[in-house]
Write a protein that binds this ligand. Structure first.
Ligand code: F6R
Length: 614
């Protein structure tokens, strides 16, 4: 998704803008640009450099034609309206105004129509019209600040904006509606950025703008206004640790680093939900969820996108088995439009790494409008979902930079299983001994994940074969059916090898027609009560020529000797927690397949880390 950074500085800003853009690379982008107000004696001028593709292309442009100033904005664009080319790249200019934008201006066509007679539009974007609106307002005699405020009122859609204006020296304008934007406070300098990671090397004192806020930022002042233009004060958050987390260290890719961080990230998640000392799950009261009573709840509605939705599908099994609490899972982009039947004594819980995904956020707001209780299970607690839901629940995975979600997934699973146990205890569906057993299983997760990571080189070899395939299938039953879906998604998104996940029993109802000699089929089957049935399905495809990789445990390997082409043996793990451990194998498999194929693992084509458009 697009990224924004801006500096109102006392030193030249270009290098730091470019460095900030690099920190935003993880969000996904297809062009980049900067604009500064350059001073030539008493004269000033608005200048920009833009380039299609990676930030190195922009750096080359800047090297060829240096551009610097003390006030600047920069942008990584993930194309929505208009092709990813230099013309459509931000910053956009209109007269004296330079502007960067994240999100979508929904009424841009009618605004363009209104301005068409007096203005020339050179891009296909929805953004350019905003620069024209501000410039036009200044032509009518308004100050930069008033022109900005007036223009915001004309916009509909979800957006974050950063604006500089030639002749309005030293002022950086920012606005947030629907898309996140943060202000960083510095020494004699201030900044704006899409998130704290963009500002990591510049500031640890961060103000998160609230919905509808806009701001005027100079080197020594930050004025914030709400949607009704009233001056407001917003809290300063001290952000630590994000700088280190945004570095790759010795790892070749962020994705690999994040896969390896899972023993630690899962243990951070556990610290929040589990009273390990007493072998108990934390109560809703201890989790500071006062007002949430699982006893009174008739139904949980889990809503999410992508990998987070697969975590929700696993959680459905947990909540229903451990807490006897019915669960609906919805893909967020479908939720509000299918007009779900609403159950009063229910809770709608959105699951999201970023806490900013547009569809998931819309689902949260929809549930709130319908008067339902809401919770947000998010990795970024300061995110919009974290702030808007009735209850914010942390995933606690730490910053995830690789576009493909890995450690956030296992932490989502860990948090959701913890919540299912909490519900099970509070609804009286499990007894103290069962609770203790589940807590013991949970607390072994970090160690078992670390053990699973030792399979890395074996998985790398197996991935070599997989990377040569055109199509692959992932099969699982029960808790491992959603994991099959996640395995296929991981492979598709980073290696571009086509893959599908199926409930193992479903394959013979159609997709088995696609199996031919050598088609790779990855079977996820620890020895649980469904093991034998999954093995039967495995044999069905094996006899039709599929090349089987069985992911199981020691007992499963013994029982299936000679049946699979390759067997990956995971550590012994309890039935309930197995998906958390087995997730590591499918992540590594996709990762190594992608590395063999030489794809851009951390920033796969067409993908964005935080999808803030519908
Ligand atoms: C896949 C992936 C995406 C996200 C999805 C939701 O690896 O990362 O499918 O899971 O875009 O994002 P969040 O969790 O930020 O709402």
């Amino acid at each position: 998704m697009c990224g924004i950074i801006g500096i109102a500085g006392t030193q030249p800003v270009t290098d730091r803008l470019v460095e900030g853009l690099k920190r935003l690379e993880y969000r996904g982008y297809d062009s980049a640009g900067i604009a500064v107000i350059e001073k030539l004696g008493q004269q000033t001028q608005l200048i920009r450099r833009r380039a299609k593709g990676k930030i190195v292309n922009l750096e080359k442009q800047i090297e060829l034609e240096p551009a610097d100033g003390m006030l600047g904005i920069a942008h990584t664009r993930w194309a929505t309206h208009g092709a990813p080319n230099e013309t459509n790249a931000h910053p956009h200019f209109a007269g004296r105004v330079g502007l960067v934008h994240n999100g979508i201006i929904e009424n841009f066509t009618s605004l363009r129509e209104d301005l068409k007679s007096s203005r020339t539009f050179v891009t296909e974007t929805d953004t350019e019209v905003v620069a024209h609106l501000i410039d036009e307002a200044m032509k009518s005699g308004l100050s930069g600040k008033d022109a900005f405020a007036q223009s915001l009122k004309k916009l509909t859609g979800a957006f974050a904006l950063g604006v500089i204006i030639d002749g309005v020296d030293g002022q950086l304008f920012a606005a947030r509606r629907g898309s996140p934007l943060a202000i960083g406070l510095g020494e004699n300098e201030n900044y704006i950025g899409s998130d704290a990671i963009a500002l990591a090397s510049l500031s640890t004192r961060i103000i998160y703008l609230e919905e509808g806020d806009w701001a005027v930022i100079t080197t020594d002042s930050v004025e914030i206004f709400d949607a009704d233009d009233n001056p407001v004060k917003r809290d300063i958050t001290i952000v630590t640790g994000s700088l280190a987390a945004a570095e790759k260290g010795n790892y070749r890719h962020f994705m690999l680093k994040e896969i390896y961080e899972q023993p630690e990230s899962v243990s951070h998640t556990l610290t929040h939900y589990v009273d390990a000392f007493n072998h108990k799950i934390k109560t809703t009261k201890q989790l500071k969820l006062s007002g949430l009573d699982f006893k009174d709840i008739e139904r949980v509605s889990l809503v999410a996108c992508g990998t987070a939705a697969y975590a929700a599908y696993v959680a459905k099994y947990w909540f229903e088995q451990i807490a006897n609490l019915p669960v609906d899972v919805d893909i967020a982009s479908e939720f509000r439009y299918r007009k779900p039947a609403l159950i009063k004594n229910s809770i709608t819980m959105v699951v999201s790494q970023s806490g900013e995904t547009a569809d998931t956020l819309a689902a949260l707001r929809y549930a709130q409008q319908k008067g339902l209780q809401t919770a947000a299970l998010v990795n970024v607690m300061n995110s919009t979902m974290g702030r808007e839901a009735d209850f914010a629940l942390p995933i606690n995975a730490g910053p995830e930079i690789g576009v493909a979600s890995t450690k956030a997934f296992t932490s989502q699973l860990t948090a959701l299983l913890s919540l299912a146990i909490c519900a099970g205890v509070e609804r009286g569906h499990i007894n103290a001994a069962q609770e203790r057993g589940l807590i013991e299983a949970l607390t072994q997760m970090p160690r078992l994940i670390a053990e699973t990571l030792t399979l890395d080189s074996e998985i790398e070899t197996l991935a070599h074969d997989l990377s040569k395939a055109k199509n692959a299938f992932y099969l699982g039953r029960g808790l491992h059916f959603p994991l099959a879906l996640e395995g296929a998604l991981k492979l598709k998104e980073i290696s571009y090898v086509h893959a599908e996940g199926y409930a193992a029993g479903e394959l013979k109802h159609g997709p088995i027609a696609l199996i031919e000699e050598g088609t790779p089929v990855i079977v996820i089957a620890p020895t649980d009560e469904l093991f034998e049935k999954t093995v039967s399905n495995m044999q069905e495809v094996s006899t039709r020529g599929a090349k089987i990789l069985l992911i199981t445990d020691k007992e499963g390997a013994l029982k299936t000797k000679g049946m699979a082409d390759a067997t990956l043996i995971c550590p012994e793990v309890s039935v309930e927690t197995a998906p958390i451990v087995y997730a590591v194998t499918i992540q590594l498999l996709a990762y190594h397949a992608a590395v063999h194929l030489g794809t851009d693992v951390d920033q796969p084509r067409n993908l964005a880390k935080s999808v803030t458009v519908e």
